[in-house]
Structures are given as C-alpha cells and as structure tokens.
Design a protein around this ligand. Structure first.
Ligand SMILES: Cc1cc2nc3c(=O)[nH]c(=O)nc-3n(C[C@H](O)[C@H](O)[C@H](O)COP(=O)(O)OP(=O)(O)OC[C@H]3O[C@@H](n4cnc5c(N)ncnc54)[C@H](O)[C@@H]3O)c2cc1C
Length: 361
C-alpha cells in the first residue's frame, strides 16, 4: 500500500493551493491529491473567480491582503488565467466602515454610470477600488497542479469512501485501494456531509448555501469595470472572454446538497436576481435570463475555517462564497497547522510565505 506524508482530499482551488504551499514549505514531502472527479470541477468550476481586497473582519482582511499578494506572485510565476479589472464600490452608510472594509480604496467617483446602465439610490457614494481581478478558477486549479505533477501524485476519478481514525490514517479509495497518510487535509468544498467525514466535520457547524450568478446577454466594452454594490453584497462583472456580463447577488437558500439534481436555476432565482438588479439597473434586470448555479460551504462566523479535527487531520474551506479569493491564505494557514516539520524531525523547514490571519481553533 502507498504511504504519503500528506493526502489532500479534494482537488478544487483550495486543495490545489494547499499542495502548492505544502511543497513550497517542505520540498521533500510526499503528497497525493485525491479527487473524485476532475481537478477544479466542483464549486471552483462554477466560480465567478472575482478577487477584491476586502474583509468584514480583521482576520479576513489579513487573509485578503495576503491572498492578494500571493495571487499577484502566482499569476506571474505560473502564467495563471487571471485578468485585472478596474473596479468601483457603491455604498450608502458610514464611509469609515467602507474604507476599513476595502483594503485598497481610491478616490471618490460618481455613483452612477449611465453608459453602463446603472445608477445608485439617492445618498449612495462610490469609490474606485484598486487591485481587483477575475479568474478562470477551474483552470487556475488545473494550472497550479500541472506544475506540481512531477512531485505530487494526482488521483482523479478517485473518491475517498472511508477515513480511518488513528495515528497514520488509512484512506479507502473508490476502487477498493488504500492509501496511508501521515497527515490529511480535507478540502471537500460543499461536500461537507460525505459519510467518510460527516461526523468529524459536524461540530464545525457548517452549512451549504446555494450560490447563483446570472449571465446577462450584454457585451462588455473594453475597460468596463467591476461594480460592487456593497449594501446588496452583489457585483456586476464584465466577463470579456465569454462576451457577457455576470451579475452575482446573494441567494438565500440554505442546506442544499452539491449532488442534488434539483440544484438548478429556478424561476424564483430569476425573480430574486431581477429584483436586486432592478433597484439600480432596471434595463439590465430585464436581461437576467440565464446563469450559473451551484453551492458553497458557509461557516457560522462567516470566516474561512482551518481546523484540526483530530491530530494530523485538518479541515480547510467553508470560505462563504469567497474560496477563490482567499485560497492562498487558507492554504498557508492549513500548512502551518499540519506541522509537516514534525515529520522531518531534525530538519529545519525552509521559510514559507509569512502567515496571514489567525486560524480557527
Ligand atoms: C456560482 C459561484 C460563484 C462564485 N464566485 C466566487 C467569486 O467570485 N469569488 C470567490 O472568491 N469565490 C467565489 N465562489 C466560491 C468559490 O468558488 C468556492 O469557495 C471555492 O471554489 C471552493 O473551493 P474548494 O476547493 O473548497 O471546493 P471545490 O472546488 O468544490 O473542490 C472540492 C473538491 O472535492 C472533491 N471531493 C468531494 N468529495 C470527495 C471525496 N469523497 N473524494 C475525493 N474528492 C472529493 C470534489 O469533487 C471537488 O472537486 C463562487 C461559487 C459559486 C458556486
């Protein structure tokens, strides 16, 4: 039976980044990524892939700043499919809260853009926001692991069906094979209720929420910005490569399951999206006719979760619809918790990226 230092269950963007960070910190570690489908085809494959430097809490701001720097570095190093985009934040309320929440807020600007078809409610203000981008997240996960394939074993089409407790963990794989791992990271995205780990994960109090983003048949012009409607927790994104706009809003349907065939775009989703977009862009609201639907894991405190469930078994994820933009920080926290250095007792781990925020205990 094969034995590895680290088995990462789940080949989404978080699993891929954990593999990258673990290898950067411990180049000699033996690592396997076990993915029941293909790399990046879970929540990562449906993601809008927007990164904006923002955080509602100190920890998330710290993670966002860290991830911002990491994505900049990785984009160049790995040639990732990431596209910088100008951005505008629109908000009512306390300007101090906005300037604390957004890390790279620029000058105040007009809270309306007739050319692009939106105008904020009276009393709203708008600012430019620097440092935003969007990515093809499935391709990002694939590209990150492609660079590691000579040093990381990637097992696709391979479901983990059981996870033993105990020191060195035995992962039973779909084909009846086994894999022994000294450390295990669970990065299952919204598959938190898989029987192999449901009991272990349950104390974290995670829930799975439907996530919807509408596709608007309107061609973006070169230079069109990302517009973030802060009060609505929504954004309008020009997807240049796909030739349409994307409108992300907050869908409030909870306790869905990622494998449920009923997780589709419903009439009520269209109505909800049109109602939100109609508040500031009635012309665009009429174009809400199609979109992408999936789900994501959410934590009770709305911060990502990096938690040691048992010695050597770490859960990483539940990033509340922000798992792409915060993935580098989640990965760095995860590798710190894994204590891979203990497996190489006597050797000093090389300096890794500095740590972002505080992990969950
Ligand atoms: C429509 C939509 C839009 C989004 N937009 C944004 C955005 O603009 N910005 C942003 O930051 N985030 C966004 N998100 C959220 C973000 O995409 C997710 O938080 C992120 O992709 C989660 O990554 P992950 O690696 O944890 O999960 P996943 O990508 O779901 O990866 C988990 C993997 O685990 C595998 N797996 C599950 N069970 C097993 C098993 N038993 N054995 C082996 N493998 C298993 C799955 O097949 C899957 O590939 C969006 C999400 C959606 C759905």
């Amino acid at each position: 039976m094969d034995t590895v230092d680290l088995a990462i269950v789940g080949g989404g963007v978080i699993g891929a980044l954990v593999a990258h960070e673990a290898l950067a910190a411990f180049p000699d570690a033996t690592i396997a990524v076990v993915e029941r489908g293909l790399i990046g085809q879970g929540a990562s494959g449906r993601s809008a892939g927007v990164h904006f430097p923002r955080g509602a809490t100190e920890r998330v701001r710290s993670m966002s700043g860290y991830s911002h720097r990491a994505w900049e570095g990785l984009a160049g190093e790995l040639g990732l499919p990431i596209r910088a985009v100008d951005a505008t934040v629109v908000a009512t309320g306390d300007a101090d809260v906005i300037s604390t929440t957004y890390l790279r807020l620029g000058d105040e600007t007009a809270p309306a853009d007739p050319a692009r078809g939106w105008a904020a409610a009276p009393g709203a203000r708008a600012w430019t926001l620097h440092g935003c981008h969007y990515a093809d997240v499935q391709a990002v996960a694939g590209r990150v692991l492609a660079r590691l394939r000579d040093r990381v074993t990637v097992l696709e089409g391979t479901e983990v069906t059981e996870l033993s407790s105990g020191g060195e963990r035995l992962l039973t794989l779909g084909q009846g094979r086994g894999l022994l791992a000294r450390r295990v990271v669970l990065a299952p995205g919204p598959w938190i209720a898989h029987p192999a780990w449901a009991d272990l994960v349950a104390p974290l109090g995670l829930r799975v929420k439907k996530v919807v983003a509408m596709h608007l048949e309107s061609s973006p012009a070169p230079g069109d910005p990302l517009t973030i409607f802060h009060d609505e927790d929504a954004f309008l994104l020009p997807l240049h490569e796909r030739g349409h706009l994307l409108f992300s809003y907050t869908c409030d349907r909870w306790d869905v399951a990622p494998d449920d065939a009923r997780l589709v775009l419903e009439r009520s989703d269209l109505d909800d999206a049109r109602a939100v977009l109609g508040r500031f862009a009635p012309g665009l609201a009429a174009l809400c006719n199609s979109g992408r639907v999936f789900c994501d894991a959410y934590s009770p405190h709305r911060e990502p979760v990096v938690a040691e469930l048992r010695p050597g078994l770490v859960f990483a994820g539940a990033a509340n619809g922000s798992g792409y933009r915060l993935a580098p920080a989640i990965a760095a926290e995860t590798v710190a918790v894994l204590d891979l250095a203990a497996l190489r007792a006597g050797s000093t781990p090389p300096a890794s990226l500095s740590q972002p925020g505080q992990r969950q205990s």
